[in-house]
Ligand binder design. Structure first.
Ligand code: FAD
Length: 473
């Protein structure tokens, strides 16, 4: 291989592999370096895809057990095979993995397996992932760092499946269903993994140090989600901070914690899953060799064009912080490459990155929450439409949740949409499109929505905001 490239991408997660394909489409001679044999990064191997596969499988079981009878469907004997569920998940991951490898080949992107670390501002050392022995040097004109993130652990602990203290990475590879799983962290990952194992029979306890779960979303979503999870027997303990985690015996661990009012508690389970956040993964990059600047928390610092302190080296995705989401990483990758080739792409609107939680029902949100609108001292209207008023929600049987639209009181511009309900993940895109085009709620009210669909909730909420009444509420 002639190893001088226009662009070298480090990391093959959604940020990295999408950047590499776009670069090749735009005529750059491109290479990608990945530490693991498998491509796709956290998202494909231990994140979005395995968790959604397990969420889907466990949801079908949950619905068959709890909801199908209302449709007149009964099973004489209903059971699941956990190994088959995990094998299916592995197969889904493997297929997508092969798909990414195919895309690398199709786009003539050279793939280097190993660890990339900076020797100079134009040369990377490629070392073997196992032995850490240097294999070769790769030269580049431009580089995009897309090395992602790793799960955060308490400083006094290590993730260790033998000691039953696990992160999401181990959770999606478990060989048994924990009888009792204690989850520390009531954010997106904690709620999704808790839902999977709850549906498969685990007793779940979620510990959250804030006074509510999913605390960075609209308050109304966290309240409704808590109610729904508690209805499925998930125990949620808020305002509770963990002080220690102890191994009791070869099957049990204990979590010692203190409520904010000072009361202490000890909870015992079979595994403890920490989902308390993720940290940037810059180990091995050799950032110090070329003095790339990082924040106090270790995120790579970039300017508005995603350039690091070295102009020809860009950084994108989880490693630069912000919303740690696959679609944010992808958009940044596209931007960085288009900037490199001088296309002057339009900036990503960071205020309109949708967030989704794939629980049942799903939660999805874009734009400002009511708390943020209040903090920003903006006069606003709110339209809230309960899902149960929709014909489609009645026919499917999932009537939980609502859609909440926030619009500017004077201009009527839509400022935020927050949904909890079946298919919220797909529904949120109507809000994203509307908000990217700076629609008013009247615009949405006047658009014909198909009946019966869940999207009618948008029209109803828009009418509420626009003229304080709606047809069905
Ligand atoms: P990553 O996907 O982390 O990829 C980084 C890659 O770089 C890795 O393959 C790593 O091996 C490689 N690498 C690191 N250092 C080097 C080096 N020096 N040399 C060579 N290679 C290196 N996001 C969503 O949008 N939707 C979801 O539903 C969702 N669900 C999630 C569920 C879970 C359980 C988890 C943990 C995360 C989830 N996420 C989800 C977040 C999403 O996975 C990340 O935001 C996304 O993967 C970030 O992409 P990235 O390209 O920045 O990095």
């Amino acid at each position: 291989m002639n190893n001088l490239y226009d662009l070298v991408v480090i990391g093959s997660g959604p940020g990295g592999y999408v950047s590499a394909i776009r670069a090749s489409q735009l005529g750059l001679r491109t290479a990608i370096i990945e530490k693991y044999q498998e491509l796709g990064g956290t998202c494909l191997n231990v994140g979005c895809i395995p968790s959604k596969s397990l969420l889907d499988s466990s949801k079908y079981f949950f619905l068959a057990k709890n909801n199908y009878h209302s449709h007149g469907i009964f099973f004489e004997k209903l059971f699941f095979d956990f190994k088959k569920i995990m094998d299916r998940k592995n197969e889904v991951v493997r297929n997508i993995n092969n798909g990414i490898k195919y895309l690398m080949k199709k786009n003539k992107i050279d793939l280097y397996q190993g660890i990339g670390s900076f020797k100079t501002e134009n040369i990377l050392d490629l070392t073997d992932s196992e032995s850490l022995q240097k294999k070769e040097e790769i030269q580049f004109k431009y580089c995009i760092i897309s090395t992602g993130s790793k799960p955060l652990c308490f400083p006094y602990l290590n993730f260790d499946i033998k000691n039953r203290i696990i992160s999401s990475t181990e959770a999606v590879h478990l060989k048994e269903i924990p009888k009792k799983l204690i989850i520390i962290g009531g954010g997106i990952i904690g709620l999704e993994l808790g839902s999977i194992f709850n549906r498969l029979g685990s007793k779940i306890i979620i510990i959250e140090t804030m006074d509510k779960i999913i605390s960075n979303m609209d308050d109304s979503l966290s309240k409704e989600m808590q109610k729904i999870l508690e209805k499925s027997s998930i125990q949620i303990e808020t305002s509770l901070s963990v002080t220690n985690i102890l191994k009791e015996n070869h099957e049990e661990i204990s979590v010692v914690a203190k409520y904010h009012d000072g009361k202490k508690i000890k909870l015992t389970g079979n595994y403890c899953l920490l989902s308390i956040g993720r940290i940037p993964y810059t180990k091995y990059l050799g950032l110090e060799n070329i003095r790339i600047e990082t924040s106090k928390k270790g995120f790579i610092l970039v300017n508005d064009d995603l350039q690091t302190s070295i102009d020809n080296i860009y950084a994108i995705g989880d490693v630069v912080g912000g919303k740690m989401l696959a679609h944010k990483a992808e958009e940044e990758g596209l931007y960085a490459v288009e900037h490199i080739v001088g296309q002057k792409p339009s900036k990503l609107n960071y205020d309109l990155i949708p967030s989704v939680i794939y629980t049942y029902p799903e939660v999805a949100s874009v734009g400002q929450s009511e708390n943020e609108v209040q903090k920003n001292k903006i006069a606003y209207n709110i339209g809230i439409v309960p899902m149960k008023i929709l014909g489609r929600a009645r026919t499917s049987g999932c009537t939980d949740g609502f859609l909440k639209m926030i619009s500017h009181k004077n201009t009527d511009e839509i400022l935020g949409v927050h949904i909890i309900g079946d298919h919220a993940a797909d529904m949120i895109m109507e809000a994203s499109v509307a908000m990217e085009f700076r629609s008013s709620s009247e615009d949405i009210y006047r658009i014909c929505h198909p009946h019966p669909t869940l999207s009618e909730a948008f029209k109803e909420a828009a009418q509420l905001n626009f003229e304080n009444r709606s047809i069905h509420t």
